[in-house]
Design a protein around this ligand. Structure first.
Ligand SMILES: Cc1cc2nc3c(=O)[nH]c(=O)nc-3n(C[C@H](O)[C@H](O)[C@H](O)COP(=O)(O)OP(=O)(O)OC[C@H]3O[C@@H](n4cnc5c(N)ncnc54)[C@H](O)[C@@H]3O)c2cc1C
Length: 307
């Protein structure tokens, strides 16, 4: 089922049809407060009193023309402005292929650099999502180029990739800000671990690596980006036992997934960020969310029979 849903996430024919279907549009609301950035900001404003901060991402990847990157860049400057006006603690997260990576890597770097400078001026972090494995090394290179200018840039790293142990050594030595995720794409066996238990083991091991004393450099931060409460608890036990300071890590979870846990972590005094996605191009992202928990399909089907 996971493989089928991940395949569906890349199918243009399905995308065009599904995005017009009422019950699919209804179902996506569980994970997305709305298509407009204002909807995402309003959701973050509601979360603020409970101590949960935000990260915003406009859905979209693999743009077709470089001219679209200019719009995405201008959009994120607007988002930073909206965050400031709303008086919330908000970060932004982009995909390199949304900023022209496929068309021209230098142009993509220039846009990232300009957004990073704006984030730095606002004292917030500019996050780079990690896409499929064809982009891993290029995205790490992009990150390192940006990191040479500022510590306010972070990168998502996928625990399921075989290359991650090696990549993390280099990134930890840099004192990089890292969002550790399990990984959301369909990858071949020679590239990624297939067994869930192995991915979980790698995830925990990678987080512990990033909490080691020699990864504690100026600007370094670990985002524990998982809904896996077992792993969250394991890490909480580890930090308590080893006296690791809270400034070194934050929990990050997606909007609409286990909100009760997001609130309870915040109530316990943990730092928590909720990644709020929005935008019209939600189909591939939504299919990846369904693939993470095929039981969500029941919810989609129930909506299909609603009047
Ligand atoms: C803040 C954030 C940013 C991310 N950025 C990236 C990125 O840049 N690149 C990338 O490849 N991946 C990214 N991901 C996705 C990530 O790789 C995983 O696919 C996703 O988080 C599901 O894995 P999990 O760690 O939650 O663990 P899982 O083992 O998949 O899930 C643990 C438990 O959480 C619950 N759960 C998980 N997913 C869902 C869901 N969709 N609906 C309902 N319940 C669910 C289930 O109860 C499940 O038992 C991001 C995730 C987060 C939280």
């Amino acid at each position: 089922m996971r493989k089928l849903l991940l395949w569906a996430s890349t199918n243009a024919w399905l995308r065009e049809r599904a995005m017009r279907t009422r019950f699919v549009r209804l179902s996506v609301r569980k994970f997305m407060p709305g298509e407009q950035v204002e909807d995402a900001i309003a959701a973050a404003v509601q979360l603020k009193p409970s101590g949960v901060n935000a990260i915003f991402t406009k859905l979209g990847e693999n743009i077709s023309h470089l001219s679209e990157a200019e719009e995405v860049y201008a959009h994120y400057l607007k988002v930073l402005d909206l965050i400031k006006r709303a008086g919330i603690s908000g970060e932004i997260s982009i995909k390199p292929t949304q900023l022209g990576y496929d068309q021209d890597q230098d142009v993509c770097f220039d846009y990232c650099m300009k957004i990073l400078k704006a984030c730095e001026a606002q004292g917030t972090i500019f996050w780079i999502d990690m896409e499929g494995s064809a982009y891993t090394q290029g995205t790490i290179t992009l990150f390192k180029r940006l990191r040479a200018h500022s510590t306010k840039v972070g990168i998502a790293i996928q625990a399921y990739l075989l290359s991650t142990d090696r990549d993390l050594e280099e990134l930890a030595a840099l004192g990089a800000t890292i969002r550790m995720v399990k990984g959301a794409y369909l990858e071949p066996a020679g590239v990624a671990f297939a067994e869930k238990s192995k991915v979980n083991e790698q995830y925990f091991k990678n987080c512990i690596r990033l909490l080691a004393p020699n990864a504690d450099k100026p600007g370094a931060l670990l985002h524990i980006a998982t809904h896996d409460t077992g792993i969250q608890d394991q890490i909480l036990d580890y930090v308590a036992q080893h006296g690791i300071e809270k400034r070194r890590y934050e929990f990050a979870m997606l909007y609409g997934i286990n909100t009760a846990r997001q609130l309870s972590l915040a109530q316990r005094g943990e730092r928590v960020r909720c990644l709020v996605a929005y935008g019209e191009y939600w189909f591939p992202w939504y299919m990846r969310r369904l693939a993470e928990r095929p039981a969500n399909i029941g919810f989609v089907l129930r909506n299909a029979f609603k009047r």
